[in-house]
Design a protein around this ligand. Structure first.
Ligand code: PLP
Length: 445
């Protein structure tokens, strides 16, 4: 137990076990943030930090947007909590209806969660339940993709494909296979937008089907643009092929759009951007612009109707799933205000209009020290560095630490620097991001 004196010391960093952070190094060299507005954070030492990562791929509307802040404040005073099991409040329905118009095709139903991880596990569970509901109960196998990130629940890490996120945690879900990832620096390094090479990798699904038979496969889940691994835009034609193969075999296609939904690509969703229609879409992050934790799983009418039909008598619960905080009033108010801001301020269109400038600026870093690849799509980007021999990840880590000292917040994954500014970003901010990053790369060596 910490002594009372130590525990109450304002600068005691010991008790908080930080997520996805080297705790020992951080606590010796903390980077503490006090406040945020628009494109900038302010560190506790008063320095202004340019946010090149929209927090954690989520603050799409920029920090402390007055209309979103006001909506949350008002909601907290009016209705702090209402259960969503057996009861509900009107804003939950209003938000679901609004989302149904935002997502393409018949993605007409929203199941609310509190995070991307919960959205992924919810999507997987709905896929399994649906197959069973339509008499296809042998379809239990789930297919993910190498290097995929689907959050940290047991479902998400099982279909996910990042080794460190899996190797510590036992045998995970059984009955999971993985498609190959789509990055191959020999063939697609320094692609601008979608690489020309790699659509054939979707055909690997046929190999998995041949191995297990389609009658045992429930769903395929992929990020349309792999984000957390360091921005892998899908090869041209890849998602279309995946859709064709899944459809042919009665396999559901789930898009994990926790990063790509709500404007990141310059459209409401990647499904719309790539014009590929999935059966289920998992979202979170940008739904509330990061202000209140919330996720939404968009589900096709076909799936929803089948689940209702299979539900038995009218007084029977159709899906035994949900969270205490599903459709939390504060989250619903934040999401409704956020969607309004996206629309009124034209932020999706703004992201689309800025994407070519973003691409040009990022690829300007091609000659900087140790840069082995640059990738971009929409307002997402990645700069991949050669690892230091025997010390993978260290070069990008040092770059992130140095960038913060110079007033820039970056996100890193392995030796890749990932970038995703708020959609309110101006051209001058993009210039600043690139200039600061170039300086960091030269200094970090
Ligand atoms: C594609 C994807 N899925 C799921 C998640 C998990 O979201 P959360 O951290 O909100 O649980 C993330 C988070 O980055 C993500 O990028």
């Amino acid at each position: 137990m910490l002594t009372r004196e130590l525990a109450s010391a304002p600068n005691n960093l010991e008790a908080f076990w930080m997520p996805f952070t080297p705790n020992r190094h951080f606590k010796a060299h903390p980077r503490l943030i006090a406040s945020a507005k628009g494109m900038h954070y302010t560190a506790t030492d008063g320095r202004s930090i340019l946010d090149a990562t929209a927090g954690l791929w989520c603050v799409n509307a920029g920090h402390a947007h007055p209309r979103i802040v006001a909506a949350i404040q008002h909601q907290a005073a009016e209705l702090d909590f209402a259960p969503a099991f057996q009861f509900a409040h009107p804003k939950a329905f209003e938000l679901a209806a609004r989302l149904a118009t935002l997502f393409p095709g018949d993605l007409d139903h929203a199941f609310f969660t509190n995070s991307g991880s919960e959205s992924v596990d919810t999507a997987l569970k709905i896929a399994l339940a649906y197959q069973r509901a339509i008499g296809q109960g042998t379809r239990t196998r789930l297919i993910g993709r190498e290097r995929g990130y689907h959050g940290v629940g047991f479902g998400g890490i099982s279909v996910g494909g990042m080794v460190k996120n899996r190797m510590w945690f036992g045998s995970l879900l059984t009955g999971v296979d993985h498609l190959p990832h789509t990055l191959d620096l020999e063939h697609n390094a320094f692609s601008r937008g979608q690489p020309a090479w790699g659509a054939h990798l979707a055909d690997e699904l046929e190999r998995i089907v041949a191995l297990h038979d389609a009658s045992n496969i429930a769903a395929v889940i992929v990020e349309p643009v792999a984000g957390s691994i360091g921005v892998y835009p899908p090869p041209k034609g890849y998602l279309e092929r995946l859709r064709a193969i899944t459809r042919k075999h009665g396999i559901l296609l789930i898009f994990d759009e926790v990063i790509t939904a709500y404007g990141r690509l310059g459209a409401a969703s990647a499904a719309e951007y790539f014009d590929v229609q999935p059966d289920i879409v998992a979202t979170a992050k940008g739904l509330t612009s990061g202000t209140v934790p919330m996720g939404a799983v968009m589900v096709s009418k076909t799936i929803y109707d089948a689940m209702m039909d299979a539900g038995g008598s009218e007084k029977t619960i159709e899906l035994f799933h949900g969270y205490t905080y599903s459709a939390h009033p504060l989250a619903c108010a934040a999401a409704l205000a956020t969607l309004e801001v996206y629309k009124e301020d034209g932020l999706f269109e703004r992201a689309a209009a800025l994407a070519p400038y973003w691409e040009e600026a990022l690829h300007g870093l091609a000659g900087e020290p140790n840069v082995i690849d640059i990738r971009n799509i929409g307002l997402m980007g990645a700069v991949e560095l050669a690892p230091r021999p025997g010390r993978p990840g260290e070069r990008a880590y040092d770059a992130m630490v140095l960038a913060f000292e110079k007033g820039l917040m970056l996100r890193i994954t392995g030796d890749t620097i990932a970038l995703s500014p708020p959609l309110i970003v101006e051209r001058e901010h993009i210039d600043q991001i690139v200039e600061l990053l170039a300086g960091v790369l030269r200094e970090v060596g």
